[in-house]
Write a protein of this length. Structure first.
Length: 397
């Protein structure tokens, strides 16, 4: 019986990877809440590891589950063998669980599990690169940029592990690792998938829709992300205008150019559109932050920009793509019923609440209360989503 379940569970790569991704999303959010509420005392900075775990443990497993399904299709190659992706899944799961436990009980050996996780990501990169290299199709731009982002992610992850060593530049290297991991690695992967899949999905739901993307879009975005990470290393919000103004203009013009038919598609599609629109909103907040630095440097934005992207863009797309893939690959027509729509609206509320939390100290509100409230509501929303869709993953096909 157990063997029969395992065969179903491991029959499609998104099933184990999505399950692991949501499990560790919940676990690390609980760890963050407990630590921030002084229920649990850690000897490592939870703020540093909050960013690290979401970038290199949680989000990457979700999007690898998706990439292991679509990469061979993009490149007209055979599906990835179950043995290959399941070996990687177990390494990811072992490393992730090790990081979680050691952060609580003995953080001096956390780096050992980080190294294991880095090895897993190297194997994932190698597997996807091999598929890309074998393909003889003419246009391979999207998979090329995904691989470039994944390679940058390997460098960022390695730098973060190095920053565990206590030396003069460890904090600076940690900051570079997190910023490059968030923007050049994670944002680039999510954006590359978005600009490929969302217009494509739209043509299926609105047959008259014509895809109208700019040429060299990914090259421009990649350059702007590198520029943003370089500027962030100076810790001077005034300089962010150099990258954020052109970034904001280019992304906004591009989304207008796409003319996504919001009112002509079902909810499963406009939910994905909504995720995209958080990008210019985040960049606009960053521009305001930079302008405020000239006027009143004491006005505190905390990490409003990064959380607008992480919650508004990444989590909305993660849940949107996740719901679509889970339903579609279980033999059910992908759609967003009232329950799914409620989940997506709740994610938008969590994003707005997190933005408000970032500004709360400026108005003498209790910042910690709002941060904890945001995290708890996010945890509840993730649990609600899991109660319906993780059951489908665990059941397998």
């Amino acid at each position: 019986m157990l063997l029969a379940w395992y065969k179903r569970f491991s029959s499609q790569p998104h099933q184990p990877f999505f399950t692991s991704g949501i499990l560790f999303f919940l676990l690390f959010m609980i760890l963050f809440i407990f630590s921030y509420s002084n229920i649990l005392f850690l000897d490592k900075s939870i703020l540093t590891y909050h960013a690290y775990t979401l970038i290199f443990v949680v989000f990457i497993q979700f999007f690898l589950g998706f990439l292991f399904v679509v990469f061979p299709r993009f490149l007209m190659q055979a599906e990835i063998l179950e043995k290959e992706y399941m070996q990687q899944f177990f390494l990811y799961f072992f490393s992730s669980f090790g990081i979680f436990l050691t952060l609580i009980f003995y953080s001096k050996i956390t780096f050992l599990f980080q190294i294991c996780l880095l090895i897993a990501q190297i194997l994932s990169f190698k597997l996807l690169y091999t598929i890309h290299k074998k393909s003889i199709i003419q246009v391979k731009d999207d998979t090329k940029w995904i691989l470039i982002a994944l390679f940058v992610g390997l460098i960022s992850h390695f730098l973060f592990i190095v920053s565990n060593i206590d030396f003069k530049y460890s904090y600076f290297i940690s900051k570079i690792a997190i910023n490059s991991g968030f923007y050049i690695f994670l944002f680039m992967i999510v954006f590359t998938i978005s600009q490929r899949m969302i217009p494509f999905f739209t043509t299926a739901k609105a047959p008259n829709y014509k895809i109208n993307k700019s040429s060299k879009l990914l090259e421009i975005i990649f350059f702007l992300l590198i520029l943003k990470v370089i500027i962030l290393s100076f810790d001077n919000p005034k300089l962010n205008l150099i990258s954020d103004i052109p970034f904001f203009i280019i992304v906004t013009k591009e989304l207008i150019k796409w003319k996504l038919p919001i009112l002509k598609v079902p909810a499963i599609m406009w939910i994905l559109y909504l995720g995209l629109y958080w990008i210019p909103i985040a960049l606009f907040i960053s521009i305001i932050e930079s302008l405020m630095a000239f006027y009143d440097s004491s006005f505190y934005f905390e990490k409003a920009v990064i959380h607008t992207i992480a919650l508004g863009y990444f989590v909305t797309l993660l849940i949107g793509f996740g719901t679509r893939v889970i339903l579609g690959h279980s033999g059910t027509t992908p759609h967003a019923n009232r329950f799914a729509i409620f989940i997506f609206i709740a994610i938008q509320f969590v994003t707005i609440l997190r933005i408000f939390s970032s500004f709360s100290m400026n108005f003498a509100f209790d910042y910690q209360t709002f941060i904890n409230l945001t995290a708890i509501i996010l945890l509840i929303v993730l649990l609600l989503w899991s109660s319906k869709y993780v059951k489908i993953l665990l059941k397998g096909k």
